[in-house]
Ligand binder design. Structure first.
Ligand code: UDP
Length: 482
């Protein structure tokens, strides 16, 4: 028993891999720093997948909240965004609101039990921020955790709250919360935001979620002061909240049996097979390609990408998911790629196509991986930089456009590729001797800062993110004022 075992942190991620993974890592970090009780709630299928991912964890408890996807016109097995075509994402967001009564009951239960905690703090996702209202009504402390970076969160919040593109016909416009010199182009917006007018189904759920997030007592951010100095300043100014940068929260590594699995699905390739394949290649020679857990490109773009990689002559590992026009759970089809592409790739071990899900951090950690062609989801970006691997940005949705821009313009560790065109040129450049070497040097610099932020120690020797999480926990669980 520790001096803090009467304290309880209750975490509530939205049901998407890019949210669940950093939330679980936050749960572990909180337990590691404080030895208090930590609980993570989710829906039954996500809890089952997490239980099987971590057979021997428990530094945290997993609690399922009842959820029946078909009651929300979702496919019967769909409890997270990676099992859904993009046009159904907003339905999952709406469906998550139905968890509120069960969540309230759970909180009441915890607070009225004979072993009630001395302090309870609810940490919710931005998308499930109504959980902070429930906590507030019951007198519990609360905070939101944004799984995006400071810069991306600010851009995302501001765009949804102000819809600046809907107020002008101009191709370029300024965004409230950013310096006037910062201009966005309409073409950089993801289609949901571009088409949003405030009365659409995305606005209906996201705008209240953001407004409630801004009412929470404080915000945790999966970022690092020394890496995103400008982004975190913008976020603090925009939200007016006390923002604790506690990143990088990276997927657990080190035990091959306990890596994250997608609900009900194993990796499309074993970790051993993947690493063995990489072992046979020289340092920095392999391009890793993935668009994250929930996004994909069009069939035409997939064809162009394949041709571009082949023309670049670089070795690659490509995590391939059905293009947007096809059933997300459907079988792999040869027609998506140029004729004979996979066979040619297999010859001379030039490339591997991984169906659906790969051990990403293991791949990025391997010395042979030289660059990551990524949609620039924030977790992917952090994972890549934590291993000193530069990026080729192909942003598709959410705040990925702003991540890619920040990574390119501020950190110099990314080059954006133009939608399937220019793949060959950009791959050669990023994996080449001149710009490539410079980008790797910069990425190694960022890697150093990410590692520093998590350095154990006392006083000034302690990394900035550990200082921030300790400070947050004092406020949230000891009642120290902010
Ligand atoms: N991921 C993985 N294997 C895959 C695809 C994704 O392990 O084949 C993990 C990845 O390491 C990251 C998360 O899923 O931790 C994806 O989060 P990100 O923010 O990059 O993108 P999202 O999926 O939310 O768009």
């Amino acid at each position: 028993n520790s001096e803090h075992d009467q304290e309880h942190a209750l975490l509530f991620p939205f049901m998407a891999q890019g949210h669940i993974i950093p939330f679980i890592e936050l749960a572990k970090l909180i337990h590691h720093r404080r030895r208090c009780t930590v609980t993570v709630v989710s829906t039954p299928a996500n809890v089952r997948a997490l239980t099987s991912s971590f057979p021997s964890t428990p530094t945290f408890r997993l609690v399922p909240l009842p959820f029946v996807p078909t009651h929300h016109s979702l496919p019967s097995t769909s409890e997270s965004s990676d099992t859904l075509p993009t046009h159904l994402f907003s339905r999952l967001l709406h469906a998550s609101l139905s968890l509120r009564p069960a969540f309230s009951a759970l909180l009441l239960d915890i607070l009225s039990s004979s072993a009630a905690p001395s302090r309870l703090c609810v940490i919710s996702d931005v998308f499930t921020s109504w959980a902070t209202e429930v906590a507030d009504a019951l007198g519990a402390h609360h905070a939101v955790f944004t799984t995006c970076g400071g810069y991306g969160t600010t851009a995302y919040f501001s765009l949804w709250q102000h819809l600046p593109h809907a107020r002008t016909d101009a191709e370029e416009f300024s965004v409230p919360g950013f310096p006037d010199s910062f201009r966005l182009r309409r073409s950089q917006l993801s289609s949901y935001i571009r088409e949003a007018d405030g009365a659409d189904e995305w606005s209906a759920v996201l705008r209240p979620a953001i407004a409630t997030s801004l009412e929470s007592k404080s915000m945790l951010c999966n970022s690092v002061e020394e890496v995103e100095t400008t982004g975190l300043r913008l976020l603090r100014n925009y939200t007016g909240l006390c923002v604790y940068a506690v990143g990088p929260l990276l997927p657990f590594q080190g035990d091959k049996k306990s890596s994250y699995k997608r609900a009900g699905k194993a990796h499309g390739i074993s970790v051993d097979a993947c690493l063995e394949w990489l072992d046979a290649h020289p340092p920095n020679s392999v391009l890793y390609i993935s668009f994250g857990s929930q996004n994909t490109i069009s069939a035409r773009q997939m064809m162009e990408l394949a041709k571009g990689i082949e023309a670049s002559g670089k070795a690659f590992i490509w995590v391939i998911r059905p293009p947007v026009e096809f059933d997300i759970g459907g079988e792999f089809q040869k027609e998506w790629l140029p004729e004979g592409f996979e066979e040619r790739a297999r010859q001379h071990a030039r490339g591997v196509l991984v169906r659906d899900w790969a051990p990403q951090l293991e791949i990025l950690s391997h010395a042979s991986t030289g660059a990551f062609l990524s949609h620039c989801g924030w977790n992917s970006a952090l994972e890549s930089l934590s291993r000193g691997v530069p990026l080729i940005g192909w942003p598709l949705a959410s705040e990925q456009f702003y991540n890619s821009m920040m990574l390119e313009e501020e950190l110099g560790v990314c080059v954006e590729v133009a939608r399937g065109k220019e793949v060959e040129r950009v791959v050669r450049e990023v994996m080449g001797e001149e710009r490539g070497a410079e980008m790797r040097r910069r990425a190694a610099g960022v890697r150093g800062l990410l590692e520093e932020a998590m350095r154990e120690g006392d006083g000034e020797a302690k990394g900035s993110s550990l200082r921030a999480i300790d400070e947050f926990l004092e406020v949230a669980l000891s009642g120290k004022s902010e």
